[in-house]
Design a protein around this ligand. Structure first.
Ligand SMILES: [Zn+2]
Length: 294
């Protein structure tokens, strides 16, 4: 929590330093670096929000609390990165071939400070005290976030050592491309989560087979597995139980919960046990299952 706050303050401070440094030194790489680094702040802020709002989950208006603030922020993060990358590439194209006089020393100085700050944040968020899912997610953002600042440092070094001014534009373009690559992965993941896609690490078919193999279970249908927030998955399903084993339903439910939690690390389980199923014949999973059994 505290390290999240400090990280966010550091990101804001170093972003201001980069923008100022970029304008004064005439370096596009530093401006690109500022935009690139800012997205780390966008990743950190909601983690802070989610960590700060201690579980109003269950409240009537927001039954998920702020759990999903994370994923919405990741979407914003991706969009910001895209806008920044597009602007940088256009600007680099515009400046290409122009005579430039970038202050390599200033560029290098600010870039090195920025890189150092990103390393500090990476180390701080690595501390085991940060168990919160949001922090874990923000931490995932920090490794790629070091690559941008490193490119800026490289541009500064090249200008200082060889006087090659175009290194600034090359550095800026490299940072923009890095942003695009990172964004692509991030965006694909965010869209998958927002669509309620099955978490990549969960084999739903195996989960269903494990539960259907329990004595008394006829079949499972209306199965949904999704990610609530990175690090917290949920399962909702109907489980059809042999009417003659109605008395064992409580212990059955216990076993289903245990399988979901311990074998599949699913934290939030909602299971409807039933002895008759209405309108389930259209469920493709049920059709396949019945086909397999008969
Ligand atoms: Zn049902």
């Amino acid at each position: 929590m505290t390290s999240l706050r400090i990280s966010l303050a550091l990101v804001v401070a170093v972003t201001i330093a980069r923008v100022a440094g970029g304008i004064v030194s005439g370096s596009l790489a530093l401006l690109a670096d500022a935009g690139y680094g800012l997205t780390l702040g966008v990743a950190l802020a909601p983690a802070l929000l989610a960590a700060g709002s201690d579980a109003p989950a269950g409240a009537v208006r927001r039954t998920f609390g702020y759990q999903r603030a994370d994923i919405v922020a990741s979407l914003a993060n991706a969009l910001v990165l895209w806008a920044v990358a597009a602007w940088i590439l256009l600007e680099a194209w515009g400046r290409f071939g122009e005579v430039s006089d970038v202050d390599g020393g200033l560029l290098l100085g600010v870039a090195v400070i920025g890189l150092a700050v990103h390393f500090i944040i990476m180390l701080m968020l690595r501390q085991p005290a940060q168990k919160h899912g949001g922090a874990a997610h923000a931490r995932e953002q920090t490794l790629p976030s070091v690559m941008g600042p490193a490119a800026a440092v490289l541009a500064g070094l090249t200008i200082q050592m060889f006087g090659w001014q175009a290194a600034d534009l090359a550095g800026a373009a490299l940072i923009a491309v890095l942003a695009l690559v990172n964004t692509w992965r991030l965006l694909a993941h965010v869209v998958h989560v927002l669509r309620g896609g099955t978490p990549e690490h969960i084999d739903v078919d195996r989960l269903c087979r494990r539960i259907e193999d329990l004595p008394g279970v006829t079949l499972m249908h209306d199965v949904h597995v999704w990610t609530q927030t990175p690090g917290s998955d949920a399962l909702a399903a109907h489980v059809l139980v042999d009417p003659e084993r109605r008395a064992e339903m409580d212990s059955l439910l216990d076993r289903i919960r245990t399988i979901a939690r311990e074998e599949f690390n699913i934290r939030h389980v909602t299971v409807q046990l039933e002895t008759t199923a209405v309108n389930w014949k259209e469920d493709p999973r049920v059709a396949a299952r019945l086909g397999r059994r008969r």
